[in-house]
Design a protein around this ligand. Sequence first.
Ligand code: ATP
Ligand code: MG
Length: 350
Amino acid sequence: MSTPAIETTDLTKTFTSGKTATTAVDRLILTIEPGELVALLGPNGAGKSTTLKMITTLLTPTSGTVRLLGHDVAKRPAEARRHFGFVGQGNSAGSLQHGRDEVVVQALAHGLGRRQAAARADEIIDALGLADFAHRPVERLSGGQRRRFDIAIGLVNRPEVLFLDEPSTGLDPASRAHLQGIIRELHEETGATMVLTTHYLDEADAPSQRVVIIDHGRVIADDTAGALKAGLGDLVTLHFDDVCRAAAAADALRRQHDRVEEAGTSVGVRTDDGPTAGLTILDGLRDAGLQIAGIETSHASLDDVFLHLTGRSLRESDSETGESEDVDPDSPDDNRPDPTEPNPTEEVAA
Ligand SMILES: Nc1ncnc2c1ncn2[C@@H]1O[C@H](COP(=O)(O)OP(=O)(O)OP(=O)(O)O)[C@@H](O)[C@H]1O
Ligand SMILES: [Mg+2]
């Protein structure tokens, strides 16, 4: 077996402030093989950024170990750093510097000569479709363009492992989809191991995408999005005219199904095959003399998986913590296409 790209063992981080201790990451165990593209999915405060910061030597773990391509990052941080790129959460601060210059500076910082640094910057800028904006001050770029420059910076040293912390936070859905496409293309072209964090369900929801769900600093699920959803099965939802009828139906259904839940005048039944089960359920209720007002079947979503595991919705978790898009209406830091651009629709061309 090859050496894993990333291997964490009981990785833990407890922040202490006065008498308050917050365990942000709690004995986290994670193995990622070379060449994988993995999404760490979890609500705000789940411990995703803290995990990435410990893996990338930016934070010292309270306990536990991290191996990156076999190197113990605590013992050999400089060696580990040579192998990865890190695109932090919200790197793109306003700057008068041109996008290309920022990439060149990073290439120089990685030890390339001036000419090599310029060539490397242009190569990545082309690969990320940024050539048209390369000589514009960063503060005049859209959110999606800035994030692409952030990714360019993370790629400067041709990392074997690239970490992207919330690459598309704050972007509108179209820009997000475009950036996701770019990340997938980069993954295919470079063959690098890529680990991204997200709390957007759509970002993790491709059938073969490996998704590691993190909550309260722990891994609570780890599989492809397709397998996680298939494991939960389909949902048949039955609607009734009144609560009494719904309760009677739930009682009857529980005799044949394990996973039956009542919610007011509705009853949900989890089953492996929604359409087939739906027909059987209809027959059974008719025989029992219970008239239904409506029926629908749906496949499980990643949010259903999260709800099933935690009792909370990932969507609600986000709105509870007041996620903000952080957009200043008076600044150019939004994600609307810039009308002065040669191709104003480029952000949506996924
Ligand atoms: N430097 C710090 N000092 C104290 N507590 C911290 C610090 N950094 C993070 N935390 C706490 O640790 C927990 C995990 O934070 P973390 O930033 O890792 O979450 P996250 O999953 O990245 O969330 P988000 O989706 O909002 O980026 C939170 O409760 C947070 O408040
Ligand atoms: Mg974070």
